[in-house]
Design a protein around this ligand. Structure first.
Ligand SMILES: C[S@@+](CC[C@H](N)C(=O)[O-])C[C@H]1O[C@@H](n2cnc3c(N)ncnc32)[C@H](O)[C@@H]1O
Length: 360
């Protein structure tokens, strides 16, 4: 990477982090004036020391440096480092402010199953029908889908895509096992793909592969379709379904990913989803998961993990944060399970055995 490009990328990383921080400070000040004083986000959060904030910032810098380094070594194109939906961000920002009073209101009433009239709630699992993050209409409206990416970027100080991209290196290593397969015949599925941000990065790394994305939300899939249609090459195939029962045939995919979703599932659904991924993976295929850090992974982040479900409605996060995901992956049949972490995320890489274990 030439020096100017690297400098521009670092400036973008620092700029988005600073803008996110400025927004959070402004939003907190606005909440102090306009929001109900007894909301949990104000009453119950644990304080974070200056030293802890410095260490958190060090983790953010390390993540951003890795994002540049992996582009430099050719894992994905440098252009991905600049891939931000600027038009969407500009359009969503004022709407985020307009949406805030509703979030404060739901938060102070601890009300998290509110959906606009006319939203079809039939056919979804009960755990899904919630205002995760107190967001308006949960995952079930176009407005929610329009605001989601910016909300996540603000939450993660501009690093959401950098965290998503940390699944790419181990997935590439896993795909090396299929070096005899033509690149156009490689099939990769991103489950709970949301607005398709992970698929955009996957397309950067695998320009010829057949990409698939699955999600329960029609609104988020509509948004994903719009964003992915901008990219050259074959359009990823999008499917609306429950990740607990993937509607694909056995042993179809060479790799599967899942980003930022297991913490929003109850334990039983987590296991069903892992079992389902195992079924649709080819022997030797890789499953790569990116999700929130868990309790005890990184001492300095534990306070944040305690605060997260208080500030954002996250009913399954506390259970997830203590869940033994390795045991779940092993129970499904996965082997060679590895974990690592970057900034606020933890990663699991698991392989389906070449020869499936015989059922007892
Ligand atoms: C926090 S978002 C993560 C989206 C995306 N992976 C990302 O990186 O931004 C959680 C996503 O999981 C989807 N989801 C939740 N439960 C699901 C289920 N049982 N089956 C399929 N999708 C589900 C939601 O609709 C939402 O798009």
């Amino acid at each position: 990477m030439d020096t100017v490009t690297k400098f521009a990328c670092q400036a973008l990383q620092q700029g988005t982090a600073a803008l996110s921080l400025a927004h959070k400070q402004l939003a907190n000040q606005a909440a102090d004036v306009f929001a109900p004083a007894d909301r949990p986000a104000k009453m119950e959060v644990l304080p974070i020391s200056e030293d802890a904030l410095r260490q958190v910032n060090d983790r953010l810098q390390k993540l951003n440096a890795t994002d540049i380094a992996e582009a430099e070594r050719g894992l994905y194109p440098e252009s991905l480092l600049f891939d931000r939906p600027w038009f969407d961000i500009a359009a969503a920002y004022p709407r985020i402010w307009l949406d805030m009073p509703g979030i404060w209101d739901r938060s102070s009433r601890k009300s998290y199953q509110e959906f606009a009239e006319g939203i079809d709630k039939d056919g979804y699992p009960g755990y899904y029908l919630q205002n995760f993050h107190y967001q308006t209409d949960g995952y079930l409206s176009d407005t929610s889908a329009e605001l989601y990416d910016l909300q996540v970027e603000i939450l993660f100080s501009g690093t959401a895509d950098a965290m998503r991209r940390r699944i790419l290196a181990p997935m590439k290593t896993g795909l090396d096992r299929f070096s005899d397969v033509e690149p156009v015949d490689i099939r990769v599925l991103d489950v709970a793909t949301g607005t398709g941000r992970t698929l955009r990065s996957l397309r950067g790394m695998l320009p010829k592969a057949k990409l698939f994305g699955l999600d329960l939300s029609p609104a988020y899939l509509r948004k994903a379709n719009a964003l992915l249609s901008e990219l050259p090459g074959e359009l990823p195939q999008l499917c609306q379904a429950n990740m607990e029962e993937l509607p694909y045939r056995d042993e179809y995919f060479h790799a599967v990913s899942c980003v930022f979703t297991f913490h929003e599932l109850p334990g039983a659904a987590r296991q069903n989803a892992i079992d389902s991924v195992y079924r649709v993976l080819k022997p030797g295929g890789t499953f790569t998961v990116c999700d929130s850090l868990q309790k005890g992974d990184v001492a300095v982040m534990d306070v944040m993990l305690e605060n997260f479900p208080i500030v954002f409605h996250e009913p399954y996060h506390s259970n997830y944060a203590r869940d033994d995901m390795e045991a779940r992956l092993e129970a499904a049949g996965f082997e060679a399970i590895e974990t690592y972490d970057y900034f606020a995320s933890k990663y699991w890489v698991a392989r389906k055995p070449e020869v499936a274990a015989e059922a007892e």
